[in-house]
Design a protein around this ligand. Structure first.
Ligand code: 5AD
Length: 342
């Protein structure tokens, strides 16, 4: 069924019985399109060094956070843990860094993770905007998926959330997402929900954007105030945390209706508001969970926002977890790409 922008807005505004009906329908559509199972991606927060200065983010280059980068050994131990525990895949995420050393360090890590798992562990990268050439190099080295959130598809709003300079350019970001698709990645994007100045219409447009971009994966979460950031001053003007949480579940559910066979993550930020946040997201249409495998003593330094949860007990989901499966998005497999041999 082709949903119009108007339909999407209506669904995002639903409350009470209609909202629960939406979640139920999304779960049904998910089960039919991608099955009931939940895929695990072990999240490795590689480094909090970042060249960007986004007004919402706790690891922006202008914040006085202590900086770290994991050693190769630490990354490989986390990847080994994921492999030994049958996670199926890992995500290497970090602040944006374009240095030659960074790019080549990631390249060697990709080779090493592939070899420790005999090529079986899926690897997703989430390392910001890079050149098409770098994206290609990393794909060649073993990465197959990449997450790059557009943050908001409203260009004017994007401008208010970021410094107005070449490093934070909306068009450059959009191009980077397209480059990922050109390179042949399974490409994911996402947005923050409940940002200052953001409307329900903007959120509907975000979903239309994802459909138009024909993405394979999505990770979106509620905006959570990060102490000490420039956006903190709008904290009193935001929708309540409960509203942002609920709206995130509705965004997940509607996206599942729009794009039944993509992978949708139940994100950590949901858990910062509600201890059952990620489970509720699974019930509303998500099918991916990213347990944090960053070494315990460093997790606390990757503070994108306040109250970041540090762990997640996968046992709660035990029966539905697809252990040992890479969990590539079915949407991508169906694509008419030369690399798919079609
Ligand atoms: N609240 C919620 N999400 C945030 N991110 C960064 N800062 C915040 C915040 N204050 C998200 C961005 C980024 C991802 C790594 O973390 O969407 O892409």
């Amino acid at each position: 069924m082709e949903y119009s922008r108007h339909d999407i807005i209506e669904m995002l505004r639903s409350e009470g019985r209609r909202k629960h009906e939406l979640f139920r329908l999304a779960a049904e559509v998910k089960n039919a399109a991608v099955g009931e199972g939940v895929y695990l991606r072990g999240l490795i927060e590689y480094s909090n060094i970042c060249r960007k200065n986004c007004y919402y983010c706790g690891i922006r280059c202008n914040s006085d956070t202590d900086r770290y980068t994991l050693s190769h050994q630490q990354v490989l131990e986390a990847a080994q843990y994921a492999f030994d525990n049958n996670f199926g895949s890992v995500v290497l995420q970090g602040g944006e860094n374009n240095s030659e050393k960074f790019i080549s360090d990631i390249t060697s890590l990709l080779h090493e993770i592939k070899s420790l798992s005999n090529g079986t562990l899926g690897i997703t990268l989430s390392l910001g905007e890079q050149t098409l050439e770098t994206y290609r190099q990393w794909l060649e080295a073993g990465a197959s998926r990449y997450l790059l959130r557009i943050e908001t598809s409203n260009r004017a709003l994007y401008g208010r959330l970021h410094p107005c300079d070449i490093t934070h350019d909306y068009d450059r970001r959009l191009q980077a997402i397209k480059d990922l698709q050109t390179a042949g990645y399974m490409a994911g994007t996402g947005v923050m929900i409940g940002l200052p100045f953001q409307t329900v219409e903007d959120l509907a447009d975000d979903l239309v954007f994802m459909r138009d971009m024909n993405i394979d994966m999505c990770g979106m979460g509620p905006y959570i105030v990060s102490a000490g950031t420039p956006l903190e001053r709008y904290a009193d003007e935001l929708q309540s945390e409960q509203w942002r949480f609920d709206m995130t579940l509705k965004m997940i559910a509607v996206l599942r209706l729009l794009m039944p066979d993509i992978n949708i993550a139940a994100t950590t930020a949901l858990q910062a508001i509600d201890p059952e946040g990620r489970l509720k997201a699974i019930a509303a249409g998500a099918n991916v969970i990213m347990p944090n495998l960053t070494p315990d003593n460093l997790k606390g330094m990757y503070t994108l926002y306040n109250n970041k949860p540090m762990s997640f007990d996968t046992k709660i989901l035990e029966k539905n977890i697809r252990y040992g499966e890479k969990g590539d998005p079915i949407h991508f497999m169906k694509r008419d790409l030369p690399s798919n041999g079609k």
